[in-house]
Design a protein around this ligand. Structure first.
Ligand code: AMP
Ligand code: ZN
Length: 480
């Protein structure tokens, strides 16, 4: 596969070529665990999941790292507003760490229901404070910081390529004011690396540091943890488009200022928003929909995954219950088609069994769609066309479907297994025992080279509507 990805850094499609041959280091900004994830947030994590699965299909050994933000994230990404974790803890009458533990568990419950593969490394900000302090020390030693009013700031005027990711002009950022006036800042877009008590007297969690007792700015955690687990240069960094302008721009400045290596990350991938009635869905302004809300309304989590796959990650996706109904109906008809193919195949291909023949043509167009900046709508339609083509050998079709599903993550092997079981379950226990006995005596007859008898048993069963298929594991049967 020659994978092409749209790189926000440079704003063009680029052929994926990793830092280390055959490997892919992937960092996706994880949740701030002060509340449940809403279905917009989950779009970001399904996007990361599909991207990692695609890299694996393309043959790379992927290391997926996700952070859990449990400290330092203010309601304004540019250092303004309340501390999200502290505010939520106060409202709920719990400690910050209790709130973090509760919502982290809820988050992974959601991702599991969506068939999102758990990242190889899940790292909490509060468990990496010393790595953050070490990184800030390097940034300071390299001359990119200043202290003012008790905080340590990053001075963007010392970093000439500041704002390249977002195509921002450094001149305007030096003078332009951000949402909240901070008299300590020398340039409008400077940002805090380390807060001391000067910002919030009631900060719940604080740590000793060379700059005083305090806590880290939000952006530094992603630089420190990604470098720790993926090295000073790695391949892919992902997040929602809201992170381009401030969070990711600041992450690049910090990381490159600390290591002196550029580019820190080769490919920046950003997903567009899931929107409700033309507005952004937001965790902090309330009025958001959770996965549990969808399930309470009678949908399965994978209906939502299917719905997301029907949109390209770089296009805005409008959520409505009508479109979710559409996704559910398509998923149900896919399940029916797969049940029919499974019945014809009589048994399922083994894990990793390769598709052959005409099924390969569909698999090729599936891969082509993924190569084209992870075009999941086109990939899904390759799957739909494959299952509708009755000229494809059923076992080959299923082998190709399972290869596709390694990327789509729709649990399609389970769908087929259930279909086969239901098929077998329509026979009464007595009938099943009788069929099994006939299969055993046919095997015995074949062993004794009494093919006449073996064929007679097979034909007798066929006349009753029972079809036998010989597999390496022995004969299996299904109802015609
Ligand atoms: P947060 O937990 O607020 O840090 O956000 C987690 C992830 O969800 C980030 O990558 C955001 O960019 C992303 N995100 C937030 N809102 C939406 C939305 N409505 N649609 C898609 N992604 C979103
Ligand atoms: Zn981040």
């Amino acid at each position: 596969m020659e994978l092409k990805l749209y790189n926000t850094l440079g704003r063009e499609l680029q052929v994926f070529s990793p830092v280390k041959n055959g490997e892919a280091g992937f960092y996706g900004c994880g949740p701030t665990v002060y509340n449940y994830a809403h279905i917009g947030n989950l779009r970001a994590y399904v996007t990361h999941d599909v991207l990692c699965r695609t890299l694996r299909r393309a043959g790379y050994k992927v290391t997926h790292v996700m952070n859990i933000t449990d400290v330092g994230h203010l309601s304004g990404d540019g250092d303004g507003g309340d501390d999200k974790m502290v505010k939520s803890a106060e409202e709920r009458g719990k400690s910050v760490l209790e709130v973090a533990a509760f919502f982290t568990k809820a988050f992974f419950n959601d991702t599991q229901r969506l068939n999102i593969i758990r990242p190889d490394v899940v790292c909490k900000a509060t468990e990496h404070i010393s790595e953050m302090i070490e990184l800030i020390k390097k940034i300071e030693a390299n001359g990119f910081t200043y202290e003012a009013g008790g905080n340590l700031y990053f001075d963007i005027s010392k970093f000439p390529s500041y704002g390249d990711l977002a195509s921002l002009r450094l001149d305007s950022l030096k003078t332009g004011a951000r949402t909240e006036l901070d008299v300590n800042k020398r340039n409008g877009a400077d940002f805090v690396l380390w807060f001391t008590k000067s910002k919030f007297e009631n900060q719940a969690l604080t740590w000793d540091s060379p700059w005083g007792r305090g806590y880290p700015g939000w952006h530094i955690e992603c630089s420190a943890m990604s470098i720790k687990y993926l090295g000073e240069r790695f391949d892919v960094h992902a997040g929602g488009i809201d992170h381009i302008q401030i969070h990711h721009t600041n992450e690049i400045a910090q990381s490159e200022a600390a290591t002196g290596k550029s580019p820190w990350v080769k490919y920046w991938i950003h997903n567009e928003f899931l929107v409700l009635d033309k507005g952004k869905m937001s965790k902090s302004t309330g009025g958001f929909i959770t996965l549990q809300n969808l399930m309470d309304a009678g949908y399965e989590a994978l209906d939502y995954r299917y719905f997301l796959l029907g949109g390209h990650y770089r296009s805005q996706l409008q959520f409505s219950y009508e479109s979710l109904d559409g996704a559910r109906n398509s998923r149900r008809s896919l399940a029916k088609e797969l049940a029919a193919i499974s019945g014809k195949a009589a048994s399922l291909p083994q894990e990793g069994e390769e598709a052959r023949g005409k099924a390969l043509e569909y698999l090729a167009s599936f891969d082509k769609a993924l190569e084209d900046d992870i075009n999941t709508p086109r990939a899904l339609s390759a799957l739909r066309m494959l299952v509708k083509d009755s000229s494809v050998d059923p076992r080959d079709a299923l082998a190709a479907v399972f290869s596709m599903d390694a990327v789509l993550g729709l649990g399609l092997r389970g769908v087929c297994e259930r279909a086969l079981k239901e098929n077998a379950n329509t026979a009464t226990p007595v009938e099943r025992a009788e069929i099994d006995a006939l299969i055993a005596s046919r095997a015995e007859a074949k062993k004794n080279k009494d093919f006449k008898k073996a064929d007679a048993i097979r034909d007798g069963l066929k006349a009753r509507g029972i079809i036998l298929e010989d597999t390496p594991q022995g004969a299996v049967w299904k109802k015609a």
